[in-house]
Design a protein around this ligand. Structure first.
Ligand SMILES: Cc1cc2nc3c(=O)[nH]c(=O)nc-3n(C[C@H](O)[C@H](O)[C@H](O)COP(=O)(O)OP(=O)(O)OC[C@H]3O[C@@H](n4cnc5c(N)ncnc54)[C@H](O)[C@@H]3O)c2cc1C
Length: 456
């Protein structure tokens, strides 16, 4: 890798200025630290700077802005667009900002932005409390909160951004700002869905919810057009206490599935009910009646148990496409099943998240996530052994997505490399115009552009 004078100079200035670590290709640990979750991306930054505190974040931002060296911001490393790494640039990696402070009395928590969802939930869980993030423990609070956050508590309590009470942001000019409804409200609006466009978040304050009574787990049904459509209809009709994430897929050889089911089409759903166990049973009964379950592990448990440890060193290479729909009928179920049967991928899946509930009770213009009235978020994904196989899977994913997508719309949390051309789908015109105005105020030179970019 070619290192420019600007980069060499930046590295030496970072080393002499910040309290945190600066890791370059010559340092041990560089490979681990530079690696991001999705195996699609193999960026080799010239340096990874890991701030020790907010003051370090401001110093790194100022030095990066002066140097002109491309900057990426990284937390949990899950970006499906490769935004949290680069080749030859600087990565500002917030993972050492990892403190969580729970206040059970006020049912709020302050967390530094480098914390993962799993670490936050483990701390909050000691008090029987939680904030809703997504379905993965290793996702970083920084990335998921700024994108929006759809998960197991969304129908009951809304998206992560609906539980966000305040944040602290370091902007492109190195200012450290408190943002909430009263302080910099325009910026508070923009960061709730507008991603990393406006600065580096160092802290978030969230509302906490009582999850001491919780029922959840995996339910597996046979994969047919009918089970898909009925599942979606039941999830839509279910009380808000129940959120579901369902995947139509070919069953992998999971130990909890009978051997004869391996390789068969299934509907594999994560069920999450917040509230008393008897109410949960009533809400779950219609799903269990769709077909005889192939596996049913839905039971009272702690909320944290929805997030089992993830395999270390797992870096899937996948093509994916996210979009919205509002109604699905038998023909949709048939298209999904036919496409999955024809898939040449190592593994392919169509994921359905029924929205509604508290998500839809927030006005569309209250945050930068505007798709409040959409019923269903769908994610089509296909994994390959190596990046050479991506083009074939991109074609499969795109074809099925075009068949299933109803109207424009995208969620930036799941946007991949198609994000650049679909930014207008993620942000409808009135949202985008407002985001541009905020961007012009806080980052007119577009220092923060390794993201689903709002161009000033
Ligand atoms: C396996 C998997 C499961 C997922 N499940 C869900 C889910 O259930 N629900 C859901 O809503 N999303 C989900 N996502 C999407 C996820 O929320 C987004 O990819 C999110 O951006 C990841 O955040 P991160 O911090 O882990 O990623 P990173 O790659 O570290 O960050 C992504 C981008 O966010 C911005 N960013 C991160 N931290 C900061 C910060 N402190 N300040 C400013 N900008 C920052 C940067 O632009 C960065 O490039 C999932 C993704 C994966 C890969």
């Amino acid at each position: 890798m070619q290192t420019s004078t600007a980069t060499t100079d930046l590295v030496s200035r970072l080393r002499s200025t910040i309290d945190g670590a600066v890791i370059t290709p010559d340092d041990s640990g560089y490979n681990d630290i530079r690696t991001v979750v999705m195996g699609n991306f193999d960026g080799r930054p010239a340096a990874v700077a890991r701030p020790a505190d907010d003051a370090d974040v401001a110093r790194i931002i100022s030095l990066a802005a002066d140097s002109g060296v491309p900057l990426a911001v990284r937390n949990g490393g899950h970006s499906g667009a490769g935004h949290s790494t680069n080749d030859g640039g600087l990565v500002l990696d917030v993972r050492d900002l990892d403190e969580v402070r729970v206040d059970p009395d006020s049912r709020t928590a302050w967390a530094q932005s480098g914390v993962t969802a799993g670490a936050y939930l483990a701390t909050a869980g000691e008090h029987g409390l939680a904030t809703g993030f997504g379905d993965a423990a290793t996702v970083g609070l920084g990335g998921i909160t700024l994108a929006g956050g759809v998960g197991y508590l969304s129908r009951k309590y809304g998206m992560t951004i609906d539980e966000l009470l305040a944040a602290e942001i370091v902007t492109a000019d190195g200012q450290r700002l408190r943002v909430d409804e009263d302080n910099n409200p325009d910026l508070f609006w923009a960061i709730r869905g507008g991603g990393g466009n406006f600065g580096v978040a160092t802290r978030f304050k969230y509302r906490l919810r009582d999850v001491s009574q919780f029922t959840g787990g995996i339910l597996v049904l046979p994969g047919t057009p009918e089970t898909i459509t009925r599942f979606v209809a039941e999830a839509d009709a279910a009380p808000d206490e129940l959120s579901t994430i369902m995947m139509a897929m070919v069953a992998p050889p999971m130990p909890f599935l009978p051997q004869e089911v391996h390789g068969q089409l299934v509907v594999l759903a994560f069920m999450a009910y917040v509230g008393p166990a008897d109410e949960a049973e009533r809400a779950l009964a219609p799903f269990r009646a769709i077909a005889t379950p192939l596996a049913d592990m839905v039971a009272p448990k702690s909320y944290l148990e929805m997030f089992p440890p993830e395999a270390e060193g797992y870096h899937p290479i996948a093509a994916s496409r996210v979009f919205f729909a509002d109604t699905i009928d038998q023909s949709v179920g048939e298209a999904v099943i036919e496409s999955l049967q024809a898939s040449t991928a190592m593994m392919s899946a169509v994921q359905f998240r029924v929205l509604g509930g508290a998500i839809a009770r927030v006005p569309s213009d209250a945050t930068a996530f505007a798709h409040r009235n959409r019923k269903l978020m769908i994610n089509v994904a296909a994994m390959t052994q190596d990046v050479a196989g991506l083009a074939e899977q991109e074609a499969w994913v795109t074809k099925l997505a075009e068949r299933l997508q109803q109207g424009p719309g995208a969620y930036t949390g799941f946007l991949g490399v198609d994000g650049a051309e679909r930014i207008g789908e993620a942000y409808p015109p009135s949202t985008y115009e407002r985001l541009v105005a905020v961007k012009r105020q806080y980052d007119p030179r577009n220092l923060f552009r390794s993201n689903h970019n709002v161009v000033p």
